[in-house]
Structure formats: C-alpha cells, structure tokens
Design a protein around this ligand. Sequence first.
Ligand code: PGA
Length: 252
Amino acid sequence: MNDLYIIGNWKLYLGAAESVRLAKRLAQTFRFWPMPHVHVAVCPSFPVLAKAYDVMIGSRLALGCQDVGLGHEGPMTGAVSAADLAEVGCAYAIVGHSERRAAGDDDEVVKQKFIAAHAAGLMPVLCVGERTSGKRAAAALRFIKKQLQAVLVGTRGKKVLVVYEPVWAISTFGKGKPCPPAYAAAIADGIRTILHGLRNDNDKHASLIYGGSVDKTNIRSYTDREHFHGALVGNASTKLDEYVTLVKHIST
Ligand code: PGA
C-alpha cells in the first residue's frame, strides 16, 4: 500500500491561541490513528510551532513549517534556521510555495531551502505549478520541469514530497476554482516522467501530492486513481470537522 500524505498549510489564517487549540483537538483526534500509511501533519506559523508541538506529543499528528530560513548560525538578525525548526518538533518543511515565490524566492533560493531542510532532517514539501489557468498540459509541464530541475538535480535518493499546486487553483479565503481532476491527472503523469528522468529512482523516494482548493468533497477526485498520494490543504485544514473528514475520506 502506498503511503499517503495530508499536509495542512495554515498560512496566516489562524491566530496563535486558535492555532494551538486546533492543534490540540486534531492531536486528540489522531492520537491513535490506526492507519500507519496515512501521514497527517499541520503547518502553523513560526511563532506557534513550539507550543503546537507540546500539545501534539504522543499523537500521530505531525508538525511542519511553512518555510525554512537559509541561515545556519551566526550574525543573521531575524533568520530562522532549519535545524531550530527540527529541534522544536517539525518533521516537514514546505519550500517553494507560490506565496513565498511571489515574495521573492526564486528557484535558487528554493533549492537552498530544500538543501537546508534536508540537512536538518526535515522532509521537504516542494511546491511546483504554473501560475495561470487555461494552459495546455504540455505548456504547464515545461514550466514545472524547470522548477523541478532547478531544485532536484542531484538529489537522487533524497526523500521529497512534490506538490503539484497550480497557483490559479489555490483558494484565497476559501474562494478558489479547483483544478479539473482530469487535467491534474495528466500533469501528474508528466511530473512522474520528469522525476524519473531527473532522479532515476522510480519514485521510490518522491511522493507526488496535489494542492489547490482541496476539501472533503473533492479530495478523492485527485487521489482515487492514485495520480496523487495525498494533498497539501490550505483553507480546509483550518477547520476541525472539515480536515478530519477530509483525512477520513482519503483513508477509506
Ligand atoms: P488552499 O491552499 O487549499 O486554500 O487552496 C493550498 C495552499 O496554498 O497550500
């Protein structure tokens, strides 16, 4: 059975106290989660991570961060190190999210973040995807190939979660337009071919998940035929019942 990954990206949707409360409720729900192949995580904002981890200890719910810094140690005022993120309990690190790319992270920065996350023992959750809708799959794949090449050349054997996240399908406060599953499936096939060419490791260490307006009603349209082995979930992961139901739907 393939491993499935459901990663909740809380962005800045929740305040600090609210985040810890939700992490605690989710941790209780997933405390004795009986499906070892289904990995569930949440990624709160930086200031919340340590406190969120405290309420998650002993649960199968895992912690992730939404970004990593490039610094290791030294005179870097305001920097956040991947090693510290691992030390406060993170297991996953989102890198290359389109909202970080829009804030200035180019492919080289994303690569350095990927390397930093890996070196710290975090599982990188690498986001790729075209920015505008209406593209033919072949054109979108040319763009995605460049993003993947920039980061993954020479990473054979390093575990990575690749997220196909068409930027145009990301919801903003829940108002997105989901990507048609057939189109996403065609892109998934293309990404697998690219990964095979780049890493030559038969996907053994690279899992492909989908992101962009995923909720409990549409999750299975992306995962049912095994095009994607999980999802990066934004808005829908910030609501207890919605996220729990979504995880249950993907697991059955
Ligand atoms: P969304 O966000 O599920 O709210 O579309 C996904 C993401 O941006 O990671």
